[in-house]
Design a protein around this ligand. Structure first.
Ligand SMILES: [Zn+2]
Length: 323
């Protein structure tokens, strides 16, 4: 019989108050809202616990964190991967500009990367001439970014940012880490230029390939990942945040074989398989690999037009970043 849980805080998507237990992984309950089906970790860790989680070990292979293997050391690979993502974004901006739906007001694209880590996406954007900044909760990662002269703001709130500041806002595999994704997307929508584009990527638990893997899927990574979206729930979340979905496509990443094996080893809770991934990692070189991820989606959105919002003046980006 399925256990029904009365939630102490409402569902982040539909405000529903009940969920059913799906399964327990690493001692954490994964539940699904009985009204809208959104899956999430319950109970949620508090903000302090979330902040504390993203310490140095998260970025340097601590098996307890189940995070990155060597985030700083793999900079070149991340730069290539992010550069390709920005290529796609730039194409979307240009297509919209040609269609008269977006204008590049001062010739320079202004971007904010939320969950910027050590700032590799910010760096990739700067290399192509964009005015780019990041927001990151980890003080370790922010220090790495600042060592390289990258503008990454330390924090987990968008409140200090001015309205309609950015042409592009990105959240690469970040939404699932947030305690309140709907509020954050609403804030991001407020900060986007009326013709701006917000792109986020996250796992799709509703895909056939994800269902086949069940609880072994890498997206089920509590307490790092707090939400587990499907194509339907991520679309509904965007719409509930005031955004209009332009397109959804499978994610593509350039990464390293050892990182893929590191994630597989730490997220599978079958000891035999974990040992096997560890063995393969020991014997194979750390090749760079390209992955087309059918079970991780990129969602491109734009603010749903409201009233005469587009007529407000644009703030000076150089002075509008909180430092
Ligand atoms: Zn719900």
């Amino acid at each position: 019989m399925t256990e029904t849980i009365t939630l102490t805080e409402p569902c982040n998507l539909c405000d529903g108050s009940q969920a059913r237990l799906r399964f327990v992984k690493f001692g954490f309950q994964i539940v699904a809202c009985t009204r809208c089906g959104l899956e999430f970790l319950y109970p949620m860790p508090d903000r302090e616990a979330i902040r504390a989680f993203y310490d140095e070990g998260y970025f340097t292979g601590d098996p307890e964190r189940r995070g990155y293997l060597d985030y700083v050391g793999e900079r070149d690979t991340f730069l290539k991967s992010f550069s390709e993502k920005l290529d796609r974004l730039e194409k979307i901006l240009h297509t919209r500009a040609r269609a008269g739906k977006a204008g590049n007001r001062d010739g320079q694209i202004r971007m904010l990367d939320i969950g910027a880590a050590a700032g590799w996406c910010v760096e990739a954007a700067q290399k192509r001439g964009w005015d780019a900044a990041g927001l990151e909760v980890s003080s370790y990662a922010v220090a790495q970014a600042r060592d390289r002269g990258l503008c990454v703001v330390h924090g987990d709130s968008l409140e200090p940012f001015a309205d309609r500041t950015f042409d592009v806002i990105t959240l690469w595999d970040a939404l699932e880490h947030l305690r309140d994704p709907r509020s954050l997307l609403r804030e991001a929508c407020r900060m986007l230029a009326p013709d701006g584009v917000l792109a986020f990527s996250t796992g799709d638990v509703g895909h056939f390939w994800s269902r086949l893997q069940g609880r072994q899927h890498r997206i089920y990574n509590p307490p790092q990942h707090l939400f587990y979206f499907s194509r339907t729930s991520m679309t509904r979340m965007a719409i509930a945040s005031g955004l209009r979905v332009l397109r959804i496509e499978p994610d593509e990443k350039v990464t390293t074989l050892h990182y893929v094996l590191h994630i597989a080893r730490n997220l599978v809770d079958i000891p035999f398989l974990a040992k096997m991934f560890e063995f393969i990692m020991r014997v194979l070189p750390d090749w760079r690999v390209r992955m087309k991820l059918i079970d991780n989606l990129v969602v491109y959105c734009t603010p749903e037009p409201v009233g005469s919002a587009a007529s407000s003046p644009q703030p000076d980006v150089a002075t509008s970043y909180p430092r």
